[in-house]
Design a protein around this ligand. Structure first.
Ligand code: ZN
Length: 169
């Protein structure tokens, strides 16, 4: 991916950055820094992605002030997750749907760029985990949520499933 050094993709809504490139970069992180080091960097990248990319979207989506609206926290989290999922489905080739059980929201990525064309012994979509953590931190006005990936296409599962505890830590 040398051609991307100091030559970032255009900051626009065209689908100009391929899942192949995305998966390859994240796979290389693990190869270069080991599984633990790669995980830390990918999560950090996910958190930064929220700050730099998704936050720009908030005014467009009409939820720039969601964190400050007088709704119960649980409702804000639910609205935030629904809008984030819609945003991915509408503006990217990623396919996300939401489910929930009594304790958690389930963020189910049916077509996932993070582990695209990767193979892994354990779930490896850490960038998606970091991005969700940061978005929840933002929506909740500074609370941390337990976010963990429980199944992953790269590890042979049907979808990448990330659980989000409904109660903050
Ligand atoms: Zn994945």
């Amino acid at each position: 991916m040398k051609h991307l050094v100091n030559n970032y993709p255009q900051n626009n809504l065209e689908l100009g950055f391929s899942f192949n490139a995305f998966g390859a970069i994240l796979s290389t992180l693990d190869e270069m820094y080991g599984v633990r080091g790669g995980r830390g960097l990918a999560m950090r990248a996910g958190r930064e992605t929220f700050k730099y990319a998704l936050k720009e979207f908030m005014p467009v989506l009409g939820i720039a002030d969601l964190a400050f609206r007088p709704f119960p926290l649980g409702m804000k989290i639910k609205i935030g997750l629904e809008v984030f999922a819609e945003t991915f489905n509408k503006f990217t080739d990623q396919i996300v749907r939401l489910e929930q059980d009594t304790t958690s929201h389930l963020w189910i990525i049916e077509r996932c760029p993070v582990c695209w064309h990767r193979q892994s012994e354990s779930p490896c979509c850490h960038l998606a985990v970091g991005l969700l953590q940061e978005s929840l931190f933002w929506v909740s006005n500074g609370k941390n949520y337990r976010v963990s990936e429980v199944s992953c296409v790269a590890a042979g599962d049907d979808a990448c499933v990330i659980t989000i505890n409904k109660k903050p830590i």
